[in-house]
Ligand binder design. Structure first.
Ligand code: NAD
Length: 358
């Protein structure tokens, strides 16, 4: 029996509520396989600041690096908004990602059939959408030098090295191999030199994946195509700033922020987390949707632990809960048969995931 070590960072607001449900589902699905989990809780965010004076205690990095993967809830809240920048929960999270060297952000956007009416786009446009944005996370214009400002001018630099492009491109192609084998690389090669290099390097990497079909698209066109016909995309590979914008745009196709998982991966340990924040407005009420976090746990099984069959079982269990009409409050108006609490939704999905025929 294999035991995977998972660092659990619950964080603030609804973080503890949604992580508890993901753990419930992980334990349920593991009962069908030859592995289990040992969990090590670590502090980050406002709760860490309150106890230690630091939103990212050194102990947390140590625990993360000693684990097979990190499952992360959310951090932040008004209580800590007036602290100096480096003491704020969000600074802790950025530092954490940098320390772990997680250079690839994977954001799937899936539209569940049962929730096509929850999208702001027409059902016929979003039905069947299942795409993955692969965004470079620790390079590009957010980090490039020189940067600065004076009274009359501000400047940032978009830099990518061949090595940075190669490693993120490999991620995208490897993911495409597990999906429908199509990568669309998004750039602005008609204007930017850095994008010309991006395109060249992506084409070189593509030669190592002859089964994958590669296409290129300018970012302005991609923004439009995502709304016009999102089903044309499978894997969208892109740099930091373009990916930031496109992944938020893609996430809205599905209808609720409470549904969307993500993974940030690199050479060391990956961080698996919902795309939403700590939702202080609903914290402690038992109404948060745990599906984004449960789906993040499924990504952890798939990408960090290679437990594909177990990940598939969780994804199927989520779909089954939705198709049987179970809804948390955020989705109550969309074909709900029964409204459930955070913990009830977790238990329903755990129950389906624990059915051992596979
Ligand atoms: P948010 O994502 O926390 O909430 C936005 C809206 O979506 C709120 O109305 C909230 O109730 C709702 N919502 C979010 N998750 C939900 C869920 N699982 N189920 C049902 N409804 C859900 O964004 P915000 O309000 O802008 O930020 C709140 C705090 O979270 C801030 O301190 C912000 O800095 C922090 N934040 C943290 C992360 C992170 O930890 N990765 C990401 C974004 C924001």
């Amino acid at each position: 029996m294999k035991t995977y070590k998972i660092a659990l960072i619950k964080g603030d607001g609804i973080g503890p509520e949604i992580i508890d449900e993901a753990v419930k589902v992980l334990d349920a699905v593991s009962s069908c396989f030859e592995f289990d989990f040992s969990y090590d809780e670590a502090l980050m965010g406002g709760c860490a600041y309150d106890i230690t004076g630091d939103p990212l205690p050194a102990e947390t990095i140590k625990k993360a690096l000693a684990s097979d993967a990190v499952l992360f809830g959310a951090i932040g809240g008004e209580k800590w908004d007036d602290l100096p920048r480096e003491k704020r929960p969000e600074s802790g999270l950025l530092r954490f990602r940098k320390e772990l060297g997680v250079y690839a952000n994977l954001r799937p956007a899936v539209v569940y059939d049962e929730l096509v009416n929850a999208s702001s786009l027409k059902p016929e446009v979003v039905r069947g959408v299942d795409l993955m944005v692969v965004r470079e996370l620790i390079g590009g214009i957010y980090f490039g030098e020189p940067k600065g400002r004076d009274e009359n001018k501000g400047w940032n630099t978009m830099v990518y090295t061949r090595q940075e492009i190669e490693r993120i491109a490999h991620n995208a192609f490897q993911i495409a191999m597990e999906r429908s084998k199509r990568v669309c690389s998004i750039d602005k090669a008609n204007v930017l030199d850095v994008s010309q290099l991006w395109r060249e390097v992506v084409e070189e990497v593509a030669k190592e994946y002859p089964e994958v079909e590669l296409s290129h698209m300018y970012v302005d066109n991609a923004a439009m195509q995502l709304i016009r016909d999102p089903k044309q995309f499978d894997v969208m590979l892109t740099g930091n700033i373009f990916g930031d914008i496109l992944s938020d745009e893609a996430s809205m196709l599905s209808g609720s922020i409470g549904l969307l998982p993500s993974a940030s991966v690199g050479a060391k340990i990956g961080v698996y987390e919902p795309i939403h924040g700590s939702a202080p407005d609903i914290a402690g009420q038992g109404i948060a949707n745990p599906i984004a976090t449960i789906a993040s746990a499924s990504m952890m099984l798939r990408y960090a632990l290679g437990e594909i069959a177990a990940a598939d079982k969780i994804d199927d269990a989520i779909k089954r809960a939705l198709s049987e009409g179970y809804r948390t409050k955020d989705l109550a108006q969309y074909d709900a048969k029964e409204i459930c609490s955070t913990s009830e939704m977790g238990s329903i999905i755990a129950n389906y995931a624990a059915k051992c025929k596979h």
